[in-house]
Design a protein around this ligand. Structure first.
Ligand code: NAD
Length: 549
């Protein structure tokens, strides 16, 4: 790859970013008809999902199957997990691409990702939606907001990059101070989760936008849509080797990458246990590295919805149903524990339980479906065990759901437990499925309940406060200040919009680098200050020394 020449002069301005509007996908609408046609096309294929290293696709075919979670007998594709040879090749390809890419003018890099945004909402939209629905079992609406978010990431990140590059130091008379916003020295390893195609595309592209080269290991459970995202990058004009995709086991890919002295950073989204493991294994190799690798991890959550006696019961029920059960509860931000005062519970219990019991669980390509299948058999078995555990506890009462059906698809019914034990495992552990635990507190224990919410789990990702009373909202915001990187008032904890609510949490939930804001981009640059003096000193003495000689 040769270094492109600078052919533009000017302080270029990135187009104003915007959030791609959601579409309805109502039955019979043109957008639904177009998508159903594309779903049929994808369903009729078995795709070979290659690694993409230096622009080369290899190998074709492979032993790992990709299936439809809500119809797991249906094969969608297969891939071959990368071994040390492929991972090493991907690292070498990235390092070869680095000299030219890191010198490519920022506006040329930015234009590639802006073009990618238009490909996402244009030529590739139906394919991205269909592969996300079939491969990750998302409903029309959930797939739509996911794919829109992918375009939002590209558009907002372009604007955030421009803001960062605009940040320059002041200069005193006789000198010009400059900040060179350099990419990191080496390559970045991006390891992405299955649950958002948007996150899968954002993690490798953010460091690349800032001039870095990347080895991207997508989740084996979203290999189908990740393959389309990679084609979008290529068609948008990303030079070969800048992002190299390797499928396979995260542990094996990371182990090879962590042996390289050129590992400059890891950007990870996934479970807390895996991120802690990655942090430890990186630390164990610290003497190898040329620089201290940047570690960015957005991980699990046990997101609380806490209601005050003054809360609106209808709004609360809607937030709980959507927040806990959309996408089968497989969002890091999903509501999974709720604290409701006794007086309010009287008007919340019946509609919450009845609505949950009536949610349609099934094939996501049917319009009536609200809840699809969980991602795989291991996840269904894990959730089945969690439900059995809840049933076995005297402190727990099953209010809704509680069954799983796995013959055709990995279906877990939306499940609600009420517990009298606020410290129960169901109130503290992330299940990453459609499980909601309810604790009913006495009305006069609002402040104590806020303390309980704060201390019950190791996570601090999202929380929601429902109240009409302003004083209660203020108390909630104060006591829960460290309990969530995202706090919602009278809204569900899911559904952050890029550029509006930047994402991330602290404590066990991650490094809180605020995805969807300039802070997230800042992690992938390392500043160099340059001072140029126009009239250098030619006399080494100072006036206080008096005249000599
Ligand atoms: P996961 O941790 O199982 O997998 C995530 C990625 O890590 C995958 O690519 C996987 O192959 C890889 N991986 C697995 N074991 C590894 C290892 N030992 N070393 C290196 N990589 C490894 O998570 P998942 O099931 O894909 O996603 C669910 C989790 O992600 C939940 O905990 C959820 O809360 C979290 N999540 C967090 C956010 C956030 O922004 N905080 C967003 C989405 C998902």
């Amino acid at each position: 790859m040769t270094s492109p020449r600078v052919s533009v002069t000017g302080n270029l301005r990135v187009p104003d970013p915007f959030n791609e509007p959601a579409r309805d996908f109502a039955p019979g609408s043109p957008e639904a008809a177009e998508l159903l046609k594309e779903i049929d096309r994808i369903r009729g294929q078995v795709r070979e999902l290659p690694h993409v290293i230096a622009g080369e696709r290899l190998p074709l075919g492979g032993p790992s199957d990709v299936v439809t979670p809500h119809d797991h007998g249906h094969l969608l594709g297969h891939f071959s997990p990368a071994g040390p040879h492929e991972v090493t090749a991907a690292i070498e390809a990235a390092l070869r691409a680095r000299p030219a890419w890191s010198r490519t003018p920022w506006w040329d890099r930015t234009a590639i990702f802006l073009r990618a945004a238009d490909l996402v909402t244009g030529k590739y939209r139906a394919e991205l939606l269909a592969t996300t629905m079939l491969g990750q079992s998302k409903t029309f609406h959930q797939a739509d907001i996911d794919i829109n978010e992918l375009a939002d990431f590209f558009r907002y990140n372009a604007s955030f990059a421009a803001q960062i590059y605009d940040t320059q130091p002041r200069s005193a008379a006789g000198a010009w101070n400059q900040m060179d916003h350099r990419p990191l020295e080496g390559f970045v390893l991006a390891i992405t989760p299955f649950n958002f195609t948007a996150i899968a595309g954002n993690l490798p592209s953010t460091p690349a936008l800032m001039g870095n080269v990347v080895v991207w290991k997508p989740s084996e459970k979203s290999a189908l849509s990740s393959d389309v995202v990679m084609r979008v990058f290529e068609e948008a004009g990303l030079p070969p080797g800048v992002i190299n995709l390797v499928h396979g086991s995260g542990g094996e890919v990371a182990a090879v990458a962590q042996q390289s002295e050129h590992l400059a950073g890891i950007t990870f989204t996934g479970s807390t246990a895996v991120f802690r493991q990655l942090w430890k294994s990186t630390a164990a190799n610290i003497d190898r590295y040329r620089s201290y690798p940047r570690l960015v991890g957005e991980t699990g959550g046990k997101n609380a919805v806490v209601a005050h006696p003054s809360a609106d019961p209808e709004a609360l029920v809607t937030a709980l149903v959507r927040g806990a059960f959309e996408y089968q509860g497989q969002k890091c931000s999903a509501a999974s524990r709720t604290y409701i005062p006794r007086s309010l519970w009287k008007s919340v219990e019946e509609p919450l339980v009845a609505t949950t019991a009536n949610l349609r669980v099934g094939d996501v390509t049917q319009h009536e479906t609200f809840v699809g299948a969980v991602i795989d058999g291991a996840s269904a078995r894990r959730l089945e065990r969690a439900i059995e555990r809840g049933r076995s506890l005297d402190s727990h009462e099953l209010l809704a759901g509680g069954s799983t059906r796995t013959e055709e698809g990995w279906f877990v019914d939306p499940t609600i437990f009420r517990t009298t034990d606020p410290d129960a495992i169901t109130m503290s552990e992330e299940y990453f499925g459609p499980l909601l635990s309810v604790y009913v507190y006495e009305d006069d224990e609002w402040e104590r309940t806020l303390q309980l919410v704060d201390r019950t789990s190791d996570y601090a990702l999202c929380c929601s406060i429902f109240a009409g009373d302003r004083r209660a909202i203020a108390q909630g915001l104060d006591v829960l200040r460290d309990a969530g990187g995202m706090t919602y008032v009278n809204d569900k904890p899911t559904g952050a919009s890029i550029g509006q609510q930047s994402f991330g949490g602290s404590r066990g939930s991650g490094t809180n680098d605020k995805t969807g804001s300039p802070l997230a981009l800042q992690r992938w640059i390392t500043g160099r200050f340059i001072k140029e003096t126009f009239s250098p000193a030619v006399d080494w003495t100072y006036p206080y020394m008096g005249r000599r000689g």
